[in-house]
Design a protein around this ligand. Structure first.
Ligand code: NAD
Length: 294
């Protein structure tokens, strides 16, 4: 947070073609936002149904814009054409920047990033949308760690203005500048932050989730807690927010935070979150979390 984001962009390498790995809650939103703001984007996943989910999400958001007369049907068709779903790395050779948005698992992300690096040009900037995993540690398997940084969007991507751009130990200014410029091109507000588990926002948010879990483990009613936090002024309470995030993603992220800050962060193991995750009450993604969804 030392420099204003404009200071990073002066000589930024432009992002004319992007890619996102993972077509889940975040990948679909990132593809939509990039295409809607005029940057063509490839969206890769490992199976067809997952790709379709990401595309459906982008279509739904674009259709809403048309319905509200903020976009013409022709503009919607152009934006949809700007999203290229794929199951292979075929056309990654001329991509300027990739956002990795696969599951929140350090081993999976490490392997995916190393594989990705072999498919892109030497100048391609690689970024990760990880919620909590240290960027320096994710860079360990990379041959060009200088081209890698965090690009952390918030959920839902089309509504949340903030993007954390995370500087790992070996990240170059060039990578930061390109990522800041791309975030702005997507209509977002980037902030450049240093690396640690959870970065800035989740370093605050996960202890808050920890507080919530501790309350319900001591018998508090989650719906009441949600109502109280809404009255306090938050747009939604912690139970509803966990349903939006996804219990699997939150569980993995919580474990990363617990390992990173064992003395003062949420505990690993049998938390209420862990119980929900094991019961496969994943939240909105499978229509059952703290609340049930249609
Ligand atoms: P998700 O479970 O909805 O989607 C993950 C997608 O990755 C799935 O479609 C899966 O098929 C795909 N995938 C798995 N392995 C892959 C591979 N090798 N190559 C390509 N695709 C692969 O998860 P999500 O909520 O979209 O989270 C993705 C990332 O974004 C995580 O790192 C998460 O921490 C981060 N994030 C999530 C939120 C949130 O609120 N859910 C917010 C900010 C950041």
């Amino acid at each position: 947070l030392k420099k204003k984001s404009g200071a990073y962009e002066k000589d930024a390498q432009p992002v004319n073609k992007a890619a996102v790995l993972g077509a889940g809650i975040m990948g679909g939103g990132i593809a939509y936002q990039s295409a809607y703001k005029g940057t063509p984007i490839m969206m890769k996943d490992i199976n067809e149904p997952a790709l379709q989910l990401g595309l459906d999400e982008a279509k739904k958001l674009l259709a809403k814009r048309v319905e509200r007369k903020r976009m013409t049907p022709a503009q919607m068709a152009d934006a949809l054409n700007a999203i290229r779903p794929t199951l292979s790395y075929g056309d990654f050779g001329d991509v300027d920047l990739v956002v990795e948005a696969v599951v929140e698992n350090p081993k999976v992300k490490g392997a995916v990033l190393a594989e990705l690096e072999g498919q892109v040009s030497e100048d391609t900037i690689l970024t990760s949308n990880t919620s909590t995993i240290s960027i320096t540690s994710l860079a360990e398997n990379l041959k060009r760690p200088e081209n890698f940084c965090g690009m952390h969007f918030f959920n839902p991507v089309h509504k949340m203005p903030l993007v954390e751009v995370i500087r790992g130990e070996k990240t170059s200014e060039k990578a930061i500048a390109a990522t800041v410029a791309y975030a702005k091109k997507m209509g977002k507000t980037p902030v450049v932050v240093n690396d640690c588990p959870g970065f800035l926002v989740n370093r605050i948010l996960f202890p808050y989730f920890g507080g919530f879990m501790s309350l319900i483990e001591h018998g508090a009613d989650f719906q009441r807690v949600d109502k109280v936090m809404e009255k306090f002024g938050w747009p939604m309470g912690p139970a509803y927010l966990l349903d939006v995030v996804g219990m699997d993603t939150a569980e993995h992220a919580n474990n990363v935070m617990a390992a990173g800050f064992p003395d003062r962060m949420a505990r690993e193991g049998t938390t209420a979150l862990n119980v929900m995750y094991k019961a496969e009450r994943l939240g909105q993604k499978n229509k059952l979390g703290f609340y049930a969804y249609e």
